[in-house]
Design a protein. Structure first.
Length: 503
RNA sequence: GGUCCCUUCGUCUAUCGGUUAGGACGCCAGGUUUUCAUCCUGGAAAGAGGAGUUCGAUUCUCCUAGGGACUACCA
């Protein structure tokens, strides 16, 4: 079997969105599963929609996620250039081939004329039934055409489709899809205005020239797949046409429609892998990376949206995904994006990180707050609370009391746990704590518990008031672990402060 | 409107004619705990509707309904 070659071919019209990321991921998994190559091609044939920075953004995103590019933009290779805007001459050659073969023609209709036609005729379509009413080379003599072009009249090249043919697409996910060519229109393949082809032509030419074996793309391309099949045929490449797989779409969690770039942060979660600052509008959109997601979590989460291994395993490393992946197990229906599940994945990956690794990430956040803590100590603290959080950014609210004394005390808890005799009790606790030499968690616990037992005190009354004094709220890890880390003097100070300030 | 694709718990999904329709997220309850969280245990929760094929349909076929995509000199 020939070597598998797949491509991810985004258009640099803005940041990559999460659906595009999944398409890239599935391409990558498929390629690696079969020992093949993953190419990155930039489809910048629409000069009007080009956005500066988008290409770098795409490369950086894939890099962050661990989707490695074997060939193409940012990686080089023997089939370049990999930017379509740099391949003008190549496309022109095939445009001419189609023109010469009578499989395409030049059309001079202006956008205004086309709009007028669409307004005039309901469901107007530029095809075999209407092209005779239009302004194109099929109706003009060669010299007339040349004269128009010489006069600088812009034109487009349209494919000349024959009606009544059933075009069969053998989709690896959907099976056989049959579409009649009569419903297709004479799509524009090339624009003289900028000398660039449209997606359809560029895509087929590049996939062919680059030896692409499998085209794995979003379902939005399914309706134009027959056009692509026909183009392979027109260009004489039917024998080596790649296989197609149209992926189900990622849908909005609520409401209707597919997830789109324009959703930005409106949905309450990022739709981009990395933060994006729009150079035109100045608008900033959040990214998964900046929101504190681990790339492994994003990859794992995305992989399972539309694909499943057929087993009950949910946690997958990239390598495990590669090993388990198959297009047969990609589902056919669109998947609503479930942000909650994404958080759960991040939670799980966070648990897998070492305390030291998390501490060093957390240290950066503390630095911003002007807090510097010994890394070993910080690792201990993180270890105590990490199972409570989904993100490193949530660590602060779980640990702030390790670094600063509470400034207020949770009202409900005060009402419930701070009774008339509590100040006296806390005063006694201070004496007990003050007398402890080895202020380790275990030793402290033994001494305090013995004291409680001997004095026949109420464990809950002591411990809850103790916690309220130190933490300010009814939460947090084991009380003696907290106390050992915070240290004797500070603990005593906090209890004193609580006695003075509560009520 | 037209064409195509799709349809199992709220969500992601398993099931490739015979199952008490399974798992996960989320939700609820109970347990553990000095608190909260974690954790453990349990629970509620699904085959869109209608025909047909079959001894037997969630599974195959058709119709209806619903959802989605496409319908640009955008990709």
């Amino acid at each position: 079997m020939e070597k598998v070659r797949v491509r991810f071919a985004p258009s640099p019209t803005g940041p990559l969105h999460i659906g595009g990321v999944r398409t890239a991921l599935y391409n990558y998994l498929f390629a690696k599963k079969h020992g093949g190559d993953m190419l990155l091609r930039i489809e910048d044939t629409d000069s009007n929609r080009f956005v500066p920075g988008a290409e770098d953004y795409i490369v950086e995103s894939l890099n962050w996620l661990g989707i490695k590019i074997d060939e193409g933009v940012g990686a080089g290779g023997d089939y370049g250039p990999y930017r379509q805007s740099e391949r003008k001459d190549i496309y022109l050659q095939y445009v001419n081939q189609l023109l010469d073969a009578g499989l395409a023609y030049k059309a001079f209709d202006t956008p205004e004329e086309l709009d007028a036609k669409r307004a005039e005729i309901e469901n107007f379509q530029y095809d075999a039934s209407t092209r005779a009413q239009m302004n194109n080379s099929l109706l003009l003599s060669e010299s007339e055409v040349e004269a128009k072009i010489a006069a600088g009249e812009p034109y487009v090249v349209r494919i000349k489709l024959e009606p009544g043919e059933n075009v069969v697409i053998n989709d690896l996910i959907r099976g056989e899809v049959i579409i009649n060519s009569s419903i297709l229109d004479d799509k524009v393949l090339y624009k003289s205005s900028d000398g660039l082809p449209t997606y359809h032509l560029a895509n087929i030419v590049d996939d062919h020239l680059m030896g692409i074996t499998h085209v794995i793309r979003g379902e939005e391309w399914l309706p134009s797949a027959p056009l692509h099949v026909l183009l392979y045929k027109y260009l004489g490449w039917a024998d080596t046409m790649p296989q197609f797989a149209h992926l189900p779409l990622l849908l909005k969690p609520q409401g209707n429609g597919k997830l789109s770039k324009r959703d930005g942060d409106k949905l309450g979660f990022p739709v981009f892998p990395l933060e994006w600052n729009d150079p035109k509008s100045g608008e900033k959109s959040s990214g998964y990376r900046e929101s504190g997601y681990f790339p492994e979590a994003v990859v794992n989460f995305l992989a399972l949206l539309g694909w499943n291994p057929g087993t009950e395993q949910e946690m997958f490393s990239m390598q495990e995904l590669v090993d388990a992946f198959s297009l047969e197990r990609v589902s056919k229906s669109g998947a609503k994006f479930d942000y909650e599940k994404g958080k759960w994945f991040n939670h799980n990956y966070l648990q897998l990180k070492s305390n030291e690794e998390l501490a060093s990430l957390f240290a950066k956040e503390l630095e911003v707050k002007g807090i510097s803590v010994d890394e070993a100590k910080l690792a201990t603290i993180v270890g105590l609370v990490k199972e409570r959080v989904n993100f490193v950014s949530e660590l602060w609210e779980q640990t702030s009391f390790f670094f600063e004394a509470p400034t207020e005390y949770d009202e409900k808890t005060v009402k419930k746990r701070w009774k008339e005799d509590t100040p006296a009790l806390m005063q006694d606790l201070i004496s007990v704590l003050d007398a402890i030499e080895d202020f380790s968690s275990h030793n402290m616990e033994e001494i305090v518990k013995t004291w409680i037992a001997e004095k026949e005190l109420n464990m809950g009354a002591v411990m809850n008031a103790f916690r309220l004094s130190v933490v300010g709220a009814p939460q947090g890890p084991h009380m003696f672990d907290i106390a050992a880390i915070v240290g004797k003097q500070e603990i005593i100070d906090r209890i004193k402060k609580a006695i003075l300030n509560i009520k």
